[in-house]
Design a protein around this ligand. Structure first.
Ligand SMILES: Cc1cc2nc3c(=O)[nH]c(=O)nc-3n(C[C@H](O)[C@H](O)[C@H](O)COP(=O)(O)OP(=O)(O)OC[C@H]3O[C@@H](n4cnc5c(N)ncnc54)[C@H](O)[C@@H]3O)c2cc1C
Length: 470
């Protein structure tokens, strides 16, 4: 069982792909070929892809050849960087695996990074660290840099200070549906520059991305873990406390149920805990002064808060380092009052019987609400609290997880809003045009759909949360 129907790949013969194979430097594989599984591997094991043909791109020229091949046969194009947010099975599609395009270049004289289209954050952070610079990266080092930016890019360390990562993109290179390689900047392709930063993967294959870096070598942060018996007190104290933090500090909270596996740190193995995540750009003394009300709640079962090099920012959330099978749902809230916290405690607290591995609430605000210097399509700047639930386990558990995830979304529904942040759109589950219109808001959606019509009139790039050409 997977999260979408898969009737099996539409087939192409070896003769049909002979020209493509000759033009592409990377592997070009059909479903029966030995390398097919590797080219199709996804981080979320619950969202497999089964394209008609998979192309391991090594350059923009490889991408152009694959897009032109697909366009010539009217086949959809699917883009896979890491497989954290696969929406559709890519059946019948030409899949571009971007993982070989992983060059990173840091320019410390201009505080800029340029990366190729398949780079993950874990490949960037050690390079930027060398110069005491930091990108507005996300919670997980395994996430793809381009996919993250195309949806906005919410950084748990730098977001409240500097806004969404997409606000700091300087230039992109993209292969559009006509097979052209375009340099996209605010002056060269203003509409595309606006749409790509927030409109996700609807407009083409991004082969390179250039973005600003911030001077930062270390920050103070990590997590405080509290036993389940304190869940209500921790959640209510955190909710009141977090709204008073300055933008240099960021916090989120998670209900965690960690499986009894040996790789789990001992105090968390097989238990329910509340995880308060915290990061501060201010010095340790000031951070600890503001953290005091949280530390006073109860003794912690684990405390990982310390000074960290920015390349260790993944330690704040402790997202899984290796592929896992999961299902997820998210909600965007304008408010998180006492009643909402109580409803969440009833749905997923220690006595709820829920089996979700994680339900997190990120408190946003600060620069995340600010319009960017160069306008872009990032949706959800009015969201104040972001809720994500996750069930991880074997496919036969999907129905139970789906029911419990629905309980989470229902619990906070009175405080939820339609417009939300695109990186939170559920993996494994497509959205209807009407849902996507509500998520982006009418004006933004109409402009995205008009730009889509100009650059991808036949909707070649539709294996995603799809904006249909207007
Ligand atoms: C554990 C975890 C933690 C996360 N933490 C954060 C966070 O802190 N902040 C945040 O904002 N988001 C976060 N996300 C969401 C994440 O940013 C999105 O899921 C993002 O789309 C993942 O991109 P990817 O390339 O890794 O995944 P993929 O599944 O490979 O790609 C996701 C989408 O982007 C498209 N895409 C990828 N590369 C390209 C390219 N080169 N050209 C065109 N399209 C491309 C794909 O086609 C697909 O539609 C998190 C997700 C997970 C699973």
């Amino acid at each position: 069982m997977t999260l979408y129907d898969t009737a099996g790949p539409a087939s192409l013969s070896r003769a049909e792909i002979a020209d493509l194979t000759a033009q592409v430097a990377g592997p070009v594989v059909l479903p029966d070929d030995a390398g097919y599984q590797d080219e199709c591997a996804t981080f979320n094991l619950m969202t497999p892809v089964r394209p008609a043909v998979a192309v391991g791109a090594t350059s923009a020229a490889d991408v152009q050849a694959a897009v032109r091949f697909a366009a010539g046969r009217d086949l959809p194009v699917a883009v896979l960087a890491t497989g954290h947010q696969v929406v559709r099975s890519a059946e019948g599609a030409v899949l571009l695996n971007m993982s070989r395009m992983n060059a990173v270049h840091v320019d410390p004289t201009r505080n800029l990074a340029r990366v190729e289209g398949g780079v993950r954050w874990r490949q960037v952070l050690p390079e930027t660290d060398k110069y005491g610079l930091a990108p507005a990266s996300g919670s997980s080092p395994t996430v793809g840099v381009v996919g993250y930016h195309l949806g906005g890019g919410l950084s748990p360390v730098l977001g409240r200070m500097h806004g969404y990562a997409a606000d700091h993109v300087q230039a992109l290179e993209i292969v559009t549906a006509d097979g052209e390689l375009r340099q996209v900047t605010p002056s060269s392709e203003p509409d595309l520059f606006w749409a790509l930063r927030g409109g996700k993967s609807n407009f083409g294959v991004v082969t390179a991305l250039e973005f600003a870096l911030f001077p930062l070598k270390h920050f103070y942060g990590g997590g405080l873990f509290f036993a389940g018996e304190y869940a209500a007190k921790v959640l209510h104290t955190w909710r009141n406390w977090v709204v008073g933090l300055p933008p240099e500090m960021t916090s989120s909270i998670a209900f965690l149920r960690r499986p009894p596996r040996p790789e789990m740190p001992e105090p968390l193995r097989g238990t329910f805990v509340m995880h308060v995540r915290f990061s501060s750009l201010q010095p340790q003394e000031e951070a600890e002064r503001l953290l005091a009300p949280i530390r006073e709640i109860a003794p912690t079962v684990m405390d990982t808060i310390t000074e960290l090099p920015y390349s260790m920012a993944g330690k704040v959330h402790m997202d899984p380092p290796n592929p896992v099978p999961w299902v997820e749902r998210a909600a965007a809230l304008r408010d998180f009052p006492r009643e909402a916290a109580d409803a969440l405690l009833a749905a997923v607290g220690p006595d709820s019987g829920a089996r979700l591995v994680l339900v997190e609430i990120r408190a946003l605000g600060g620069a995340l609400e600010r319009p960017p210097a160069v306008p872009n399509a990032v949706a959800g700047r009015s969201v104040r609290w972001q809720v994500v639930g996750l069930g991880a386990g074997s496919p036969d558990q999907i129905p139970v997880f789906q029911e419990q995830l629905k309980n989470v979304v229902d619990a906070v529904a009175p405080w939820a809003q339609n417009e939300m942040y695109a990186n939170l759109l559920t993996a494994g589950q497509g959205t209807t045009p009407e849902e996507l219109r509500a998520i982006y808001g009418h004006e933004r959606y109409d402009r995205l759909a008009a730009i889509k019509k100009r650059y991808d009139p036949r909707n070649l790039f539709r294996m995603n949360h799809n904006i249909t050409p207007a």
